[in-house]
Design a protein around this ligand. Sequence first.
Ligand SMILES: *Cc1c(COP(=O)(O)O)cnc(C)c1O
Ligand SMILES: [Zn+2]
Length: 429
Amino acid sequence: MSFVSGLKCRECSREYPAEALNVCDFCFGPLEVVYDYQTISEAVTVDEIARGPLSIWRYKDLLPASGDDPVDIMAGFTPLIKARNLGKRLGLNNLYIKNDSVNPSYSFKDRVVSVAATKAIEFGFETLACASTGNLACSVAAHAARAGIRSVVFIPSDLERGKVIGAAVYGPTMVAVDGTYDEVNRLCSEVGDNYPWAFVNINMRPYYAEGSKTLGYEVAEQLGWRLPDHVVVPSASGAMFTKIWKGFNELACLGLLDGVDAMSFGVDQNTVHHPAVTTRMHMAQAEGCSPIVTAWKEGQSHVRPVRPNSIAKSLAIGNPADGIYALRVINNSQGSGNSVPESQVVEGIKVLAETEGIFTETAGGVVISALKDLAESGAIGPDELTVAYITGNGLKTQEAVEEVVNPLSVKPTLSSFEEALSGRTAVSS
Ligand SMILES: *Cc1c(COP(=O)(O)O)cnc(C)c1O
Ligand SMILES: [Zn+2]
């Protein structure tokens, strides 16, 4: 069972039953899941969570699908690593990396898809579908395979090879669309009107998005039920960014954080801010697609859509569905919006790989470059507890760093090896 009491429009507060719906009939606002937090607070304890499975389903009472028989390929419970080497390089003594690149299909999308797929099966759907910037297609295809149902994944045709193959291998129907993600998404909305499919990020979106809350829960649990002073988070639609913040506030309101008193969720559950949640939420986007960061810098409350042109394809959403809510989270948390020059993305990937042994994709390069800027500008102090979210795996975007391939070419003899090695040493020293 789950503790969902229904859906509610974020704009006009009209209520809807918990069905496969994502927009309000009256004002076209997005729908969000409403919970019975009173019952949740009686059911959830820190000890009970700690006894749970080593996946996102340890937080099942806080998710909008039943954890009794989830579609589970073990998303979540990924490492939180103290980044001593990278921290030293950036002058940060209390830096952690949340390494979500090691999820089963190699991105954080497994968290959201595991929830959406479970809910889709609950609703009786027989086809799982999505509009994807790449990682989502991989995750939808993997979870559909696990659930034994069909999947149809729509992607922009210019995606990285690693994402195309990384999705195709699970056997979905793959549709490569000659257009941007925003055009793919528009097409999928029309397809969804004509086919009885569970589009995880369209008609299942309210449930899907909630899966990202586990990125907040896990970091808090791994820090001993404390929250960081700062987080750096990559954004495309902005959904994950808002849900990490929501996760932090839920833990605080439920009294699950160390030394924090429980608080009522109030009437508008989705905008609750517990005063003990002082984490500053820093958003990272690449300059070639940074509509939310641009709106924040200009002090706007709305996001002007852009046409993406970025190496960070997983973040290339020009018309972000959760943009205005993400803006509010930046402001409410006294965080910041950071756009990283395209030329710095690969540098970010390489710095993380060389200092911490973690190979991330372009979205992670964006995060590390934004983190560097925040450290250099003093926005993050040297001793403040900081978590950088690394959400995708570098093996899927190898094109970005191809130039690192530079082996010593030798004959199979010791002399040839030593000659090559001394040549390399002479050059590099
Ligand atoms: C999808 C994705 C994001 C952004 O998620 P949103 O919730 O749409 O902002 C970040 N990182 C990676 C690797 C992704 O695949
Ligand atoms: Zn409405």
